[in-house]
Design a protein around this ligand. Structure first.
Ligand code: IPD
Ligand code: CA
Ligand code: CA
Ligand code: CA
Length: 266
């Protein structure tokens, strides 16, 4: 399917930032890193990539708002549109030389995500989607996995940052999920985790303590690949709660139920 002009702008911005990240990934030991909070780091690579994406997007659409992880929000004069950007998702992986990280760019129109791009420059994997137009990996259509039962499924997750979600609650969820699935993965870049669900590599995913920039592009990608996304209670408040559960329709009910199971009394 042909890309719209807007999606092309987003792809160009992601490729540009990806190039910068690739260069910095090769010299990761020389990067300046600062600490934003407990186990929460930001490097020169994050900041450079955000500036590249921001400049590129605002040059193309100067009236749109901009919400990025590493800079002050710009409200925009157009009122309807907002870019939501994570310039480097998976900073911890990046700083450890683990090639599982990505640039994530989404476009929101009147509160709804209408386009998304996720690019991992280390593997050259470019995920794109537009509302109503499907989801693609390097221009080939992707679909969520077709596994029908949780016991055959491999499910990704995220461990909340210290101070940004309860480890106790996560461990209860993990214990319950582990008891029902074929495998659990924690790969360390939420945007890519969601892209993997869209591509059918992961059958499902859940995480709490996320921000809009971690998930915006990925949520659209999964919907456009035929899957479901919800908050941890099965609702639609992913941005407000910072929680996400995702997968295909077959496992939807059971996955949400298993994650929400109460702590066993003993
Ligand atoms: C983080 C990653 C990680 C998730 C964290 C995020 P960052 O994003 O997506 O997988 O578990 O909650 O903050 O800080 O590397 O962009
Ligand atoms: Ca971060
Ligand atoms: Ca992130
Ligand atoms: Ca980030």
């Amino acid at each position: 399917m042909a890309r719209s002009a807007l999606l092309n702008v987003m792809v160009q911005a992601a490729l540009k930032a990806g190039k910068s990240l690739s260069r910095d990934f090769g010299e990761v030991q020389n990067l300046q890193v600062s600490v934003k909070g407990p186990s929460d780091f930001v490097s020169q690579a994050d900041l450079k990539a955000e500036k590249l994406v921001r400049d590129e997007l605002l040059k193309a659409r100067p009236t749109y708002g901009f919400l990025g992880e590493e800079s002050e929000e710009i409200k925009g004069t157009d009122g309807a549109h907002r870019w939501i950007v994570d310039p480097l998702d998976g900073t911890t992986n990046f700083l450890h030389g683990i090639p599982q990280f990505a640039v994530s760019i989404a476009l929101e129109r009147n509160g709804e995500i209408v386009a998304g791009v996720i690019f991992n420059p280390a593997t050259d994997e470019l995920y794109t989607s537009e509302k109503g137009g499907g989801a693609f990996l390097n221009d080939r259509r992707i679909r969520v996995a077709a596994r029908k039962v949780l016991s055959d499924s491999v499910v990704g997750c995220g461990i909340p940052h210290l101070g940004r979600g309860s480890h106790g609650k996560f461990l209860v969820e993990l214990r319950h999920v582990m008891g029902e699935v074929a495998g659990v993965r924690r790969m360390g870049a939420a945007a890519l985790d969601l892209a993997y669900v869209a591509a059918g590599r992961l059958d499902g995913f859940w995480e709490a303590g996320l921000s809009p920039w971690d998930m915006a592009a990925g949520l659209l990608m999964i919907r456009e690949a035929g899957g479901f996304v919800s908050d941890m209670h099965g609702g639609t408040e992913m941005f407000d709660t910072g929680t996400v559960v995702a997968g295909n329709e077959y496992i939807r009910k059971e996955l949400i139920e298993v994650i929400a199971r109460p702590v066993p009394k003993n």
